[in-house]
Ligand binder design. Structure first.
Ligand SMILES: NC(=O)c1ccc[n+]([C@@H]2O[C@H](COP(=O)([O-])OP(=O)(O)OC[C@H]3O[C@@H](n4cnc5c(N)ncnc54)[C@H](OP(=O)(O)O)[C@@H]3O)[C@@H](O)[C@H]2O)c1
Length: 292
């Protein structure tokens, strides 16, 4: 099946922008960015519109409004996020209206807002809402692709590597293998997935790199030209779940969960036409950003 008209819900977001850019750079897609009403000024939307994207708005609580915005769409890529930084966590409630409207509007393929790791039900409240929504997508009758890319390389600092203080904090063994991918490569993988036969009703696992925490630390040390301090704390999950002092923050608990299954086995990179950029390029960019 050929997908020409592609809509990105949440295309103004951190990842959605890079996926929309990759679709536009590819040159074979007509790209729409679906935004929430009310209309608000947005630099990323302006930038994508200047490259040829159409910006459409809908009220996620109004089925007809969403259906109207999605008419003519062949593939809907959801990168919508419930605003984790401000306490939102429910990907299922957020995306269910999108899925219902996509069916009503005749959308052929749905790519849900996953873009992470292989989690299991019961791991965490946030991923549980992704899991329940994933089930709805799989049973929807629409074609689907689940894209797993490990961690965003842009999030390595947040996860474990504090560049300002040259300190690595490991909530898992240093030999834990972490799959990580740059935002621009996730964009390219997602855009190209629409052209792959193997992406139909499938989970595709892709990774820019698969290195252990210790190996990633070596790259941060190389990029900063200094030896880092390492703090190891493997009890974060246990202390959080059992309310033991010092009780970790919910964010530190989420980091510990993220490091439980970050390795992504059976990578599908060889199905794609390009090689992802080397991790050191992203680490150098993170180090440069931290010095600004
Ligand atoms: N693997 C990793 O390391 C990693 C890291 C971060 C995120 N992720 C995943 O990547 C996906 C995208 O995350 P992101 O950080 O790029 O998202 P984001 O920037 O937080 O948000 C994406 C877009 O969602 C829309 N949005 C925000 N709040 C909303 C709400 N309450 N209701 C409806 N739409 C809302 C907004 O678009 P408009 O305002 O234009 O409508 C926003 O630009 C998610 O599945 C997330 O879990 C993975």
């Amino acid at each position: 099946m050929t997908f020409t008209n592609v809509t990105v819900a949440g295309g103004t977001g951190l990842l959605g922008f890079h996926i929309a850019e990759a679709l536009l750079n590819d040159g074979s897609f007509k790209v729409k960015i679906l935004r929430r009403l009310p209309e608000t000024p947005n630099d990323k939307a302006d930038s994508l519109a200047s490259k040829g994207a159409t910006i459409v708005y809908a009220d996620y609580n109004q089925h007809d409004s969403l259906v109207k915005a999605l008419r003519g769409t062949d593939a809907l890529i959801s990168t919508a996020s419930p605003g984790l930084a401000t306490g939102g966590y429910d990907f299922d409630t957020l995306q269910t209206p999108l899925l219902n409207a996509a069916k009503a509007a005749g959308v052929k393929r749905f790519i849900p807002s996953e873009f992470g790791i292989d989690y299991a039900v019961g791991d965490h409240l946030i991923t549980d809402t992704k899991a329940s929504f994933r089930e709805k997508v799989v049973n929807s009758g629409l074609e689907y692709t689940i894209i797993l890319n490990g961690l965003f390389t842009a999030y390595l600092g947040w996860l474990a590597f504090d560049i300002q203080n040259k300190t690595a904090t490991f909530y898992a063994d240093g030999n834990t293998v972490v799959a990580a991918t740059s935002l621009s490569d996730i964009g390219k993988f997602t855009a190209e997935s629409l052209k792959l036969e193997e992406s139909r009703n499938a989970t595709l696992r892709v990774a820019g790199s698969r290195l252990s925490l210790n190996e990633i630390l070596e790259k941060f040390e190389q990029a900063t030209g200094s030896k880092w301090k390492v703090v190891v704390d493997k009890e974060v999950k246990h202390r959080f779940q059992n309310n033991i002092d010092p009780v970790p923050s919910p964010m530190d608990f989420f980091k510990a969960i993220s490091l439980e299954k970050p390795s992504l086995e059976n990578i599908d990179n060889d199905k794609f036409s390009f090689s992802p950029r080397p991790l050191i390029d992203d680490i150098n960019a993170l180090v440069q950003m931290a010095s600004m």
